[in-house]
Design a protein. Structure first.
Length: 120
């Protein structure tokens, strides 16, 4: 994806044991943004200077009315102007395919979002 250069920014929603491997993909001075801690095991990080880790907690943002309005404005403006474009990797077109969608998601083969539509 980066031609061997490394990533400027990595987003991670899991953390835990694999965080170190993600940090290793960054260019020097890269940013690792952790926005979830689904894996609560200890995080072993190797020394790889310089590296900046940002921890984002949605609960803190949602409880602050000013921060929430700012987040909503940023997101809605970004989507409306196509600056933000959600990556959708797979569509499951009927609700009865929800089990298939979950199985695909749990296979860790996806690189983006999985969408299940309500069409019949």
């Amino acid at each position: 994806m980066t031609g061997g250069r490394g990533a400027d920014v990595v987003f991670d929603s899991v953390a835990g044991r694999r965080l170190s491997a993600l940090a290793d993909t960054l260019v020097p001075g890269g940013d690792l943004i952790v926005y979830g801690w689904m894996d609560e095991s200890p995080v072993p990080l190797r020394r790889k200077p310089p590296l900046t880790i940002h921890n984002y907690a949605l609960s803190a943002t949602m409880s602050d009315p000013g921060a929430r309005r700012q987040m909503e404005h940023f997101t809605s403006t970004g989507l409306r102007t196509s600056v933000l474009e959600p990556a959708v990797g797979w569509f499951f077109e009927k609700r009865d395919k929800t089990a298939d969608a979950h199985q695909y998601r749990e296979s860790n083969q996806q690189f983006s979002r999985v969408v299940v539509t309500d069409e019949r």
